[in-house]
Ligand binder design. Structure first.
Ligand SMILES: Nc1ncnc2c1ncn2[C@@H]1O[C@H](COP(=O)(O)OP(=O)(O)OP(=O)(O)O)[C@@H](O)[C@H]1O
Ligand SMILES: [Mg+2]
Length: 387
């Protein structure tokens, strides 16, 4: 089925001619980085937009491009990508930055992975930049809204040159898919990022179709039947305009066709693929949850299906949860703790809860519901070996 499956993986950064419908965005990032390519100070940028709209891709692509062009001009420009969803504290993000810069400039230099704080990691960065007479450092801070606490890292980076920490220019590309992030960043930081924001919009069906067409060579020749790409593009455009999801669906359709011993990917494989892509997202969301969180979700999903109702009170959830625990050979935790875990899940948007209006003799009590398709939840949880 597949010839080059890696073309359908998320981390893959396609060449310029495979990046579709982001000309304005590329131009905006290019404009911010342009001065740095010629040896001047880069401008900071704040990129917004829903998930799967090409923010990470365009930033990585443009940073790489800027590095190449700068070196053609005899300018020493380096860049570092920091994923703040993995490095969700300032120290971790600073460490990631320091280790990345180290790997680019002086791989043999030893920098401790533990026991030092953000300030010291930053000092390593400034020393490295100055020792190697780097003209500009571009830092991509992806998913910056995931960073705990305040905006110290933005402050430190945006003031580095001005405050004499380093002689190099430091440019920031901050990325977020939360529009509220704009309002939440402090005023001081704001002024240095001001007027430099750019919004990435969801893709339409035509763009998604081209994005998928450009990855057709992930498959063996002729295995994609003619209607597959248009159908995936249309479905994805209608639901979200998310390129990542569209690509995921195509990859799953291929995998499902393969599993069912079909020689071609057909339209009928797509529905199944959409379901699997959704289950995948859900699994990602709850990965790292404790087994009891999973038991609670299984209980809620089973109740939803079995009773064909949506909302359940404490007694129902807890007794079903205890059954799930018994099946799993695990001791149940107290209702109070279950209730706390439910609260966390509702914070993540996986479940919801509300007070009923109560009524004569009944009083008001809390009911909980699952915010996802219960079949998908069960499937996602079943497929996990720890359940
Ligand atoms: N214009 C495009 N052309 C080709 N492929 C694209 C394009 N936009 C996005 N993709 C692909 O879609 C996937 C998602 O894109 P990307 O990771 O850049 O989205 P994002 O905006 O950063 O989303 P998130 O906010 O969830 O991080 C990647 O595999 C990427 O290669
Ligand atoms: Mg991204």
């Amino acid at each position: 089925m597949f010839a080059r499956e890696e073309l359908l993986r998320v981390g893959y950064v396609p060449d310029r001619d495979r990046i579709i419908g982001r000309d304005d965005e590329i131009r905006a990032v290019g404009k911010a980085l342009g001065p740095a390519v010629r040896g001047g100070p880069p401008r900071n940028l704040l990129l917004y937009g829903k998930t799967g709209t090409g923010k990470s891709l365009v930033s990585k692509h443009m940073a790489r491009e800027a590095g190449g062009r700068a070196s053609d001009n005899g300018v020493d420009l380096i860049y570092q990508y920091v994923d703040c969803s993995n490095d969700d504290t300032e120290t971790r993000a600073a460490r990631e930055l320091a280790l990345g810069v180290r790997d680019t400039l002086d791989p043999d230099l030893s920098i401790p992975r533990k026991g030092i704080g953000a300030a010291e990691y930053f000092r390593h960065v400034w020393d490295l930049l100055d020792d190697h007479e780097v003209r500009s450092l571009i830092v991509i801070l992806d998913e910056i809204d995931k960073l705990d606490g305040d905006d110290d890292i933005l402050m430190t980076l945006s003031r580095a040159e001005e405050s004499g920490k380093t002689d190099s220019y430091v440019g920031i590309i901050a990325i977020s898919n939360k529009i509220q992030y704009r309002e939440s960043i402090g005023e001081r930081v704001d002024s240095s990022l001001q007027d430099r924001e750019f919004v990435f919009h969801p893709y339409d069906a035509t763009q998604l179709r081209q994005i998928l067409e450009n990855r057709r060579d992930a498959f063996q020749p002729d295995v994609l039947s003619a209607d597959v790409i248009p159908k995936v593009a249309a479905l994805a455009a209608r639901e979200h305009g998310d390129a990542r999801k569209a690509i995921d669906i195509l990859r799953y359709a291929g995998a499902i066709a393969e599993e069912s011993d079909s020689t071609q990917v057909l339209e009928q494989h797509i529905d199944h693929a959409m379901e699997r892509a959704e289950a995948d997202r859900f699994a990602e969301l709850i990965s790292g949850s404790t087994p009891h969180v999973k038991y609670i979700l299984v209980a809620l999903a089973s109740l939803t299906i079995r009773r064909d109702e949506e909302e359940f009170a404490k007694q129902d959830i807890y007794s079903t949860y205890k059954q799930v625990c018994a099946n799993e050979g695990s001791d149940p935790i107290s209702w109070d703790r279950v209730s706390r875990l439910l609260k966390e899940q509702s914070f993540l948007g996986i479940t919801e809860s509300r007070h009923t209006g109560g009524g004569y003799e009944k009083g008001s009590y809390r009911v909980h519901s699952l915010n996802r398709d219960p079949e998908i939840v069960l499937k996602a949880l079943d497929s996990r070996s720890d359940l």
